[in-house]
Design a protein around this ligand. Structure first.
Ligand code: NDP
Ligand code: ZN
Length: 363
């Protein structure tokens, strides 16, 4: 090992994808070299590639829903062996040791398994992120043939899992599983999922599996029957004002995955007293979701909170749970040359429900 790994990929620049060759950092003693077999397309990839969350450097290789096979390990790697199936999500490193206090096991820090909240500010995201552990170079993501990742950030995939469907779990899965678990959703709870795309259709399945009565809010009428087939009890077309009447005080928990502009208090008023809405959708800076304080107060007493992916321990738990329960995304497999069209189709909600790139198509 020791030498930098040559990478083929597709990088985003000037509004479209082009072939792009670069080098990954060398495989260190605790690093794992993975041949990427499948990569999901998350809406965050599009927001980032198009600079909707702020300036980025190009060429940019997105992709943080990665499934593949181990093809090399550093001398001190104990977690996986060559040949194992593995996944990589939104993070590839963090300080791994920070702790808010020495006695509390519930602080959200690296040492309690929430590496996305690294107190040292050293969370390294899978792409477009400064890799402070490798000279500050910007990371490049999973639309590529190989990746090198610290073993701590590897998710183990059981051999019998449907690998191409595992990829989207690494972001869409954990981002929805985590807040639903934290909310302790249980039998009979009235839960609403707003936005029925890549994240939303996973959220419906998890909420249903925890025993909730699930309602879906979406703009695509064509997805009504699919919502029922994935376990929803009710479907509300947000464009149909009649369907949106009479829903006040209905839900104990709402998860919003909407990727574009909307007014959050349209949903807070649907919560029961002390009910909670968790926002995971991150619209663009120029077309943000809004929260009107006056309407919020007149929603009486409701909780509005947020959630960011989930830690590595919980991501492993989510993958194991999903495989055990047979909870998988619905996917459409594409070749790498279809990336530009796929991005346009995601923006039109024209995919059921996640694109996954077959990385064999990357020459
Ligand atoms: P998708 O595009 O797959 O899904 C979003 C869905 O929202 C669309 O399919 C559309 O579906 C629906 N929608 C659009 N406008 C409305 C509206 N006004 N009301 C209700 N539904 C609407 O995106 P993803 O699921 O991949 O991602 C969703 C968001 O979550 C993105 O902003 C992404 O960046 C963010 N994200 C956040 C993470 C976190 O850690 N917090 C992690 C990953 C992603 P329909 O046809 O049903 O209307
Ligand atoms: Zn994502």
């Amino acid at each position: 090992m020791g030498k930098k790994i040559e990478i083929s990929s597709k990088g985003y620049e000037d509004g479209s994808f082009q072939p792009y060759e670069f080098k990954r950092h060398a495989v260190g003693e605790r690093d794992v070299l993975i041949e990427i077999l499948y990569a999901g397309i998350c809406h965050s990839d599009i927001h980032t590639a198009r600079g909707e969350w702020g300036e980025v450097s190009y060429p940019l290789v997105p992709g943080h829903e990665i499934a593949g096979r181990v093809i090399g390990v550093g001398s001190k790697v104990a977690k996986v062996r060559v040949g194992d199936l593995v996944g990589v999500g939104c993070m590839v490193n963090s300080c791994q040791t920070c702790s808010t206090c020495s006695t509390c096991s519930t602080c959200s820090t690296c040492s309690s398994g929430e590496e996305q909240f690294c107190e040292e500010g050293k969370t390294v995201y899978t792409y477009a992120s400064k890799d402070v552990f490798h000279g500050g170079a910007l990371t490049q993501g999973g639309y590529s043939n190989n990746i090198v990742v610290d073993e701590h950030f590897i998710i183990k995939i059981p051999n019998h899992a449907e690998l191409e469907k595992i990829a989207p779990l690494l972001c869409a899965g954990i981002t929805t599983y985590s807040p639903l678990r934290r909310a302790n959703i249980k039998e009979g709870d009235e839960v609403a999922i707003v936005g029925f795309g890549g994240l939303g259709h996973m959220a419906v399945q998890y909420a249903k599996s925890f025993g909730a009565n699930v309602s879906v809010f979406a703009t695509s009428e064509s997805k009504r029957d699919l919502a029922f087939s994935l376990g929803a009890k009710h479907f509300y077309n947000v464009k149909n004002s009649e369907e949106m009447q009479g829903l006040n005080n209905r839900f104990s928990f709402i998860l919003s995955t909407v990727a574009s502009s909307y007014e959050i208090t349209e949903y807070t008023k649907m919560l029961k007293v002390d009910g909670e809405i968790v926002i995971v959708g991150v619209p663009s800076l120029t077309n943000p979701a809004t929260l009107d304080a006056t309407s919020l107060i007149w929603s009486f007493r409701r909780k509005v909170s947020s959630s960011l992916i989930g830690g590595i321990k919980e991501t492993q738990e989510m993958v194991d749970y999903s495989v055990e329960k047979g909870i998988y995304p619905m996917i459409e497999m594409i070749n790498i040359d279809e990336l530009d069209q796929a991005y346009e189709r995601v923006l039109k909600s024209d995919v059921l429900f996640r694109f996954v790139i077959d990385m064999k198509s990357l020459k």
